[in-house]
Design a protein around this ligand. Structure first.
Ligand code: GAP
Length: 517
């Protein structure tokens, strides 16, 4: 069912100019996508929501825009050259390639699904008297399955932290994990695969130096820490925010724009005194969750997932997971990174990256809390929850399906559609007057083709919150019909009132006021 919805969302995204496969006329490029006329607007609005919530709402956060190409030593210092790897494994029969860790995680998810099924069954059987906690803690079959999960997790975490690829393969064999395509257990050994794309700098290839396309935007922030701190006269704590492209040669790029090879990140590094990291980590966890929930896509669709397998330098890490059509998956990461990154850059560059603290009269390398979210994943989250096929009753008593994108109004690509009822009698001219009144403040669309009903449906399908219809009465009394996307209700309002009515609904302030900043 959810898979069905996902397919519909993908088809809808293409049909209505949100997302196209890259280079489609050449049969596409795997895991690379283009954003169309409506998609690029939605994406811009998501970015604006994020950037303004960081930079406008916090007086101690500033934005930068660093280059995609960076000095190759940056990636040695950050650890990406040595350790930005995924363990990959091939099935010899299907010739399909998988991430070994994902095969194991999917296997665990299947066992979890069996547990949940048992719980659901028991819930139905026992009705109101059912105590889920007690059932999970005492039911023999559930305990057995939970022990199995714990055992696999323990082995997997140990093997990953020790980089023991033989043991990772052994888990796959011991658990009888089969290839989803061939159904066989005929696996190759597990190998490490570095996810960074490289290219050459310089026009003469013999002199060329290998450089990388950045796999994250964060390093552009770290290497500019001192530039920003000094030129902006920033005092701790302060943050640097950036939105930009990142590139990863993902082994398994599935699930539409969820895992792409070229994608966009919104990252913020918050520089703090050591000792304040736990308090700041909690602050950013709370604020980032508020930012998501303010959109009204359903509080039940978010959850935290704390990392058990922490990098050696990390003090804490959590993901905000979202209930995508294919289940709960990572949408954003929040990381307490100590002074690791700046210290590494200090070591590799030989330049001091310290902060002189006037309060304590000492110099030190600040600690960092990072928030990192993918624009494209956020786009998918918003689009998939906004999509609805609503059954509505027509005037003749029959039913029909209305496809509507219930975007949060501030994020909607088009805010208002201006529709003259017919193409004559001076109505188009009057409609263009309305367009001229609104177009400087709101992204509007003017449409005069087809019946008004068809035009309403087209606007519903791209998530336009308001349709404004200009008819003969408009010429007499300067009023229009205002139709609301979500309820399809219609009001008669004066043209002069339109800017305020629309602004009230689509203003980002509505979202920002829900954040405790
Ligand atoms: N600087 C930390 C960092 O890059 P990450 O967990 O690797 O952390 C952060 O990535 C976010 O970037 C993820 O939560 C996800 O939203 C997004 N992201 C990562 N890889 C992606 C990919 N291949 N396609 C789309 N989004 C991706």
């Amino acid at each position: 069912m959810a898979e069905d919805t996902f397919k519909k969302v993908i088809a809808h995204a293409k049909e209505y100019g949100f997302v196209f496969q890259s280079s489609e006329i050449y049969d596409g490029l795997s895991a690379v996508y283009d954003y169309g006329q409506n998609g690029s607007e939605l994406k811009e609005n998501i970015k604006r929501y994020w950037k303004d919530s960081m930079v406008k709402l916090h007086e101690n956060i500033v934005g930068i825009d660093s280059a995609i190409f960076m000095h190759p030593t940056v990636w040695k210092a950050s650890g990406h050259v040595g350790a930005f790897n995924d363990p990959l494994i091939d099935n010899k029969d299907s010739k399909k390639r998988y991430r070994a860790d994902v095969l194991i995680e999917d296997h665990i998810a299947k066992i979890e699904a069996k547990i949940n099924k048992d719980v659901e069954k028991a819930k139905k059987r026992f009705g109101d008297a059912f105590d889920e906690k007690q059932f999970r803690e005492t039911n023999g079959r559930i305990l057995e399955r939970q022990n199995k999960i714990n055992g696999i997790n323990e082995r997997f975490v140990k093997a990953t932290s020790e980089g023991d690829l033989t043991e990772i393969k052994q888990i796959i064999i011991d658990e009888s994990i089969t290839c989803p395509v061939s159904g066989s257990k005929n696996w190759t050994d597990v190998r490490q695969f570095n996810l960074m794309f490289d290219t050459k700098l310089g026009s003469v290839s013999e002199d060329a130096d290998k450089i990388y396309l950045r796999p994250e935007t964060a390093q552009g922030i770290f290497v500019n820490y001192l530039n920003v701190q000094k030129t902006g006269r920033m005092k701790l704590p302060f943050g640097i925010a950036q939105i930009g492209k990142a590139f990863r040669n993902e082994i398994v790029a599935r699930q539409f724009i969820f895992r792409m090879r070229e994608f966009e990140q919104m990252e913020m590094q918050f520089f703090i005194r050591s000792g304040e990291e736990d308090k700041q980590f909690d602050y950013w966890k709370t604020l980032r969750m508020q930012w998501h929930k303010a959109l009204g896509l359903g509080d039940e669709n978010y959850r935290f997932h704390d990392h058990e397998n922490l990098a050696h330098y990390a003090k804490a890490a959590t993901d905000i997971e979202f209930n995508f059509p294919f289940g709960f998956k990572e949408l954003e990461g929040i990381h307490s990174r100590t002074d690791f990154d700046l210290s590494q850059h200090q070591k590799f560059s030989g330049k001091k990256l310290q902060y002189f603290d006037p309060e304590t009269n000492t110099s030190y390398v600040p600690y960092v809390i990072e928030t990192s979210i993918g624009v494209d994943r956020m786009f998918l989250a918003v689009l998939s929850k906004a999509f609805e096929e609503e059954t509505i009753k027509k005037d003749d008593g029959k039913t029909e399906i209305r496809t509507v994108l219930r975007f949060p109004p501030a994020l909607a690509p088009v805010k208002a559609a201006i529709l003259p009822l017919i193409k004559k009698d001076g109505l188009p001219e009057k409609a263009r007057e309305v367009l001229n009144l609104l177009k400087y403040d709101f992204n509007c669309q003017y449409e005069e083709k087809d019946s008004i009903g068809k035009r309403y449906r087209r606007q519903d399908a791209i998530g336009t919150p308001f349709c404004i219809t200009i008819d003969h009465q408009t010429l007499e009394d300067n009023t229009v019909t205002l139709r609301y996307r979500d309820t399809m209700a219609q009001d008669r309002v004066t043209i002069d009132d339109l800017p305020a009515i629309i602004d009230k609904e689509v203003n980002f302030k509505n979202l920002f006021e829900k954040l405790s900043v």
